[in-house]
Write a new protein. Structure first.
Length: 542
């Protein structure tokens, strides 16, 4: 009887022949003598389709704010970045080229990286060019900072003549694709005093009474060789359109990933507009926000549409800091809009932990970055060779590659290339490590050790990671695993396969002992096999 009344109400909202059809169905439902017949009518396809067509909106309300949903391609969720300077890829004493960079692609693929990040590859200005170690005094032989973009040879749509040509760059893109690598290009929207924009569009800069432009700053850093663009100029629309054309230009050369330099020093409105405009025509493009600034600014940039974001991971070293920060990134509303990309080092930053911790510190930070986050990257040669020489009292590289050409022997003693290769292989082969939001911390009774697990939704792939955060001493502890959550029977043994050392362990129960010597290997990445078949044990261990 209630259902019949509801159908009468629905017929009052209907149109055309649907009115009489709904009325007839209501009558048939009311007159049904058998419960089975009433159910057949009520759950029939015809009635369901008609009822769905005319819903009751008498209590409906409209949300006053229109929300946008940003959808990125899979690489925004899972990627491994390797950064290098093409000008350092040449032979000793010579400026490297894009062709030299191309020759390194097989090696980068072997290490397991699928994104090759290049700093700006544009012509470099002469005026106020920086010398070695960020000196304001420059020798004629100093190549300058690639971020001081623009000279008589061109601006943001040109390539530094010593690197090669646009044709060479397109070839690099093609060759990289053959090695399953994408090229990520640095997008630095700033100009050297020699950039063609300065003469062609002086209205795009904020001029002082003495006819100069205040150089760019990102406190405490000063960039005497760079002029900031005035995004709020009266000619802002022309400027914004030109900057969009810069991005489109490189997209047309084959670039689909951009690492955006210091986006927090430009207006939010500009980024919201630019990312939206680009993705209308090129939805596969990924933008990484390189903003080390206050949390709310970093989060707001993510909300504006950046697909990935730099984070404070670089400076989170102790157990409490890591657990607190990762809980924020994975278990709060931040996880809904900010997709982290963890970098243990960058061309700008050599953290104190890496300065003093030796080879073990680099392995510790590698494992943490690569397993806590599904996106991570390294400033390659310096990291794989465990370079720790810093400017005294600062977290900056001594003899920084930002200001001079370096030539690296990637096979020199003490490198961690084999560990990097193993970690990246482990990430590729274990879907649980290809997500960030599935992170769960585990209890281990030693504050110098951190433990956490990741699992796929169906528990078909489970990994447990344990890291000794002390790069100097052996640490041990008792680890407690949530067996019920992992689908493990407490009364049955289970197998753990260490994907770093290839050792295997049989555990039983939730509480088990671990010991990690940083001089051997400071971490475990354990793949969990929940059930052992006795007849297969021998074969597995073979």
């Amino acid at each position: 009887m209630i259902g019949s009344g509801l159908l009468e109400q629905t017929s009052g909202r209907a149109e055309g022949t649907d009115v009489s059809t709904l009325s007839q169905l209501g009558k048939r439902l009311k007159q049904a003598r058998r419960v089975e017949k009433a159910i057949e009518i009520a759950l029939g396809k015809e009635l369901t389709n008609l009822a769905d067509r005319y819903p009751d909106k008498s209590n409906a309300s409209e949300y006053p704010i229109e929300l946008a949903v940003s959808v990125s391609r899979p690489k925004a969720l899972f990627s491994s970045w390797y950064g290098l300077f093409p000008r350092s890829c040449g032979t000793q004493g010579k400026h490297g080229t894009l062709a030299d960079c191309e020759r390194l692609l097989p090696d980068i693929q072997k290490l397991g990286f699928d994104v090759l990040y290049l700093p700006p590859i544009h012509p470099i200005g002469e005026t106020h060019r920086k010398g070695k170690n960020n000196s304001t005094v420059c020798k004629r032989s100093d190549p300058g900072s690639p971020w001081a973009i623009g000279s008589a040879d061109g601006g943001h749509k040109s390539i530094h003549p010593e690197l090669g040509t646009i044709k060479d760059f397109r070839k690099l893109i093609r060759r990289a694709k053959e090695h399953n690598i994408e090229i990520a290009l640095d997008l630095a929207l700033q100009c050297s005093p020699d950039h063609p924009y300065v003469k062609e569009y002086p209205e795009w800069f904020r001029w002082r009474p003495d006819k100069t432009v205040q150089y760019a700053e990102n406190p405490p850093k000063k960039y005497e060789d760079i002029l900031p663009l005035n995004f709020e100029t009266d000619q802002w629309k022309k400027l914004w359109d030109e900057l969009r054309s810069v991005v489109v230009f490189w997209i047309k050369q084959g670039v689909r990933i951009f690492r955006v330099d210091n986006p927090h020093t430009k207006p939010f409105a500009f980024w919201q507009w630019l990312i939206s405009e680009i993705k209308k025509s090129y939805p596969a493009v990924i933008f990484l926000s390189e903003a080390f600034t206050r949390p709310k600014l970093m989060q707001h940039l993510a909300k504006l549409g950046f697909d990935q974001s730099y984070t404070y991971f670089t400076w989170r070293n102790i157990k409490f800091e890591l657990e607190q920060y990762l809980t924020e990134l994975t278990q709060t509303e931040v996880s809904e809009y900010l997709r982290p990309n963890f970098w243990p080092n960058t061309p700008d930053i050599l953290p104190q932990y890496l300065q003093y911790g030796g080879r073990a510190a680099f392995i510790i930070r590698l494992v943490l970055a690569a397993t806590l986050s599904s996106n991570y990257g390294i400033y390659g040669p310096a990291f794989e060779l465990c370079v720790s020489d810093a400017v005294e009292g600062k977290e900056e590289y001594l003899n920084s590659e930002k200001y001079e050409i370096r030539h690296w022997d990637r096979n020199q003693a003490g490198n961690i290339r084999a560990v990097i290769e193993r970690v990246n292989k482990t990430r590729r082969e274990n879907p649980s490590l290809q997500n960030t939001r599935n992170l769960k911390f585990c209890d281990i009774d030693n504050d110098m050790m951190i433990a956490y697990g990741k699992a796929t939704d169906a528990l078909s792939n489970i990994t447990i990671i344990v890291v000794n955060l002390d790069p100097y001493h052996t640490q041990s502890g008792w680890l407690n695993l949530p067996l019920e959550e992992l689908g493990i029977d407490p009364g049955q043994p289970y197998l753990l396969h260490d994907l770093l050392s290839n050792d295997k362990y049989i555990w039983q129960g939730s509480r088990n002992y671990l010991e990690l010597d940083p001089r051997v290997m400071p971490a475990h990445i354990l793949k969990v096999h929940r059930r052992l078949r006795r007849e297969q044990d021998f074969d597995y261990f073979m």
